[in-house]
Design a protein around this ligand. Structure first.
Ligand code: E4P
Length: 218
């Protein structure tokens, strides 16, 4: 399973990248706005900086919602860097735009996926990735990981090449569950990635090893 970081925060991106396990980055308008990025030039510069830090797919989301506007925006986004993946919302014009991008050799990430039907439609249009939002599904009383399992089954049966990018991750257990459910990619906040490191027995064991190492003259 590939690891993406789900943020526009450059310090978090640098910290995760320094671990050497990062395969890409996802952003969205809310994450970009949180970093105070405003205006076309600043947005493009921020994406360029992210692409210079991480060598992998970088999802940049369109801000428009009509086919024509999304295509124009997507063309500008991919001109920023060859690693840009155009992130497109799961709406009717979004599907048309994904098909256009696919036909023109441009990678896409279909975002705001909450059902297997939506994932099938995006895969049919040729999306590189579909992003089911598992945390938001859990928040609304449904089971996000079950959706990943269902999409993984459907894609395997149908032979779809589209990768399942588990999004809206809330904790380290979500990452493990998504790996088990067949997600190809998990995009996570830094805290959830770092959460994978933690186990109290590791801390206790290391403390003992350090104590005993001192006895060895280390
Ligand atoms: C996906 O790419 C989105 O950026 C993200 O995972 C949304 O997660 P949230 O529910 O934490 O906002």
């Amino acid at each position: 399973m590939k690891f993406f970081i789900d943020t526009a925060n450059l310090a978090h991106i640098r910290e995760a990248n320094a671990l050497g396990i990062l395969d890409g980055v996802t952003t969205n308008p809310s994450l970009m706005a949180k970093e105070g990025i405003k205006g076309e030039a600043a947005i493009a510069a921020h994406y360029k900086t992210i692409c210079d830090i991480v060598d992998g797919d970088i999802s940049a989301e369109v801000l428009s919602t009509t086919f024509e506007e999304m295509v124009e925006e997507g063309k500008k986004l991919v001109a920023i860097h060859p690693n840009i993946v155009v992130k497109v919302p799961m709406i009717k014009d979004g599907i048309k735009a994904i098909k256009w991008f696919t036909d023109n050799g441009i990678k896409t990430n279909c975002t705001l996926i909450f059902s297997a039907g939506q994932a099938i439609l995006a895969a049919k249009a040729g999306a590189t990735y579909v992003s089911p939002f598992i945390g938001r599904i859990d928040d609304s009383g449904w089971d996000g990981v079950q959706l990943i399992e269902q999409i993984a089954r459907v894609f395997a049966i149908q032979g779809f090449k589209t990768e399942i990018l588990a999004a809206s991750i809330r904790n380290a257990n979500h990452i493990i569950a998504c790996a088990e459910a067949g997600a190809h990619v998990c995009t996570c906040p830094l805290d959830s990635i770092l959460g994978l490191l933690k186990h109290p027995l590791t801390d206790i064991g290391l403390a003992k090893f350090i104590e005993d190492a001192a006895k060895m003259g280390a």
